[in-house]
Design a protein around this ligand. Structure first.
Ligand code: ZN
Length: 164
């Protein structure tokens, strides 16, 4: 295929740039030339995206902050207080997220407007008192701290819901 520019006039389509060879021109995919003026239709004001208020932005951030606290807060505590065993301590604390299995007993299982603390069995005030008691037993201390951090994070969520 020979590519050459027409001598006489400026190209009007991409085809005129491609080739003068008939077979090549027949098999090539040529694009039509674009019109010089393209009119872009105006979007009606009602369909334009509204600006987000700070409260709406915070509401959007809430699940990200919640999950980050569940995952990273125990990691920070483990790094600061558990020395060389911090990774193991972090993993154990992450495993305490299984406490959320008690949501399966609720109907509906997930309700974003519901406060977990005091509602679910393993998030009840009696359970939290039990976790506090567990923290005095060295063998269960890491698990207890993980559970208490979990409850604290869930409680922050409840406060957030009340404030927004
Ligand atoms: Zn929870």
């Amino acid at each position: 295929m020979v590519i050459s520019m027409p001598r006489s006039s400026k190209p009007t389509t991409l085809c005129s740039w491609v080739s003068h060879d008939r077979d090549a021109a027949r098999h090539s995919r040529c694009l039509p030339s674009l019109p010089k003026r393209v009119r872009v239709p105006k979007v009606p004001a009602s369909t334009q995206q509204a600006k987000m208020t700070p409260a709406e932005f915070l509401q959007l951030l809430q699940p990200t902050i919640h999950i980050s606290l569940h995952l990273l807060f125990p990691g920070l505590i483990a790094r600061v207080f558990f020395g060389e065993y911090w990774k193991k301590a972090w993993l154990i604390m992450l495993a305490t997220m299984l406490v959320d299995l008690d949501h399966l007993l609720a109907d509906p299982i997930f309700d974003p407007s519901r406060c977990s603390i005091g509602f679910h069995v393993l998030h009840s005030y009696y359970a939290i008192a039990g976790y506090l008691a567990m923290s005095f037993l060295p063998q269960l201390r890491i698990i207890a701290i993980g559970l208490l951090l979990h409850m604290f994070t869930d409680y922050l969520d409840c406060l957030w819901m009340r404030c927004t």
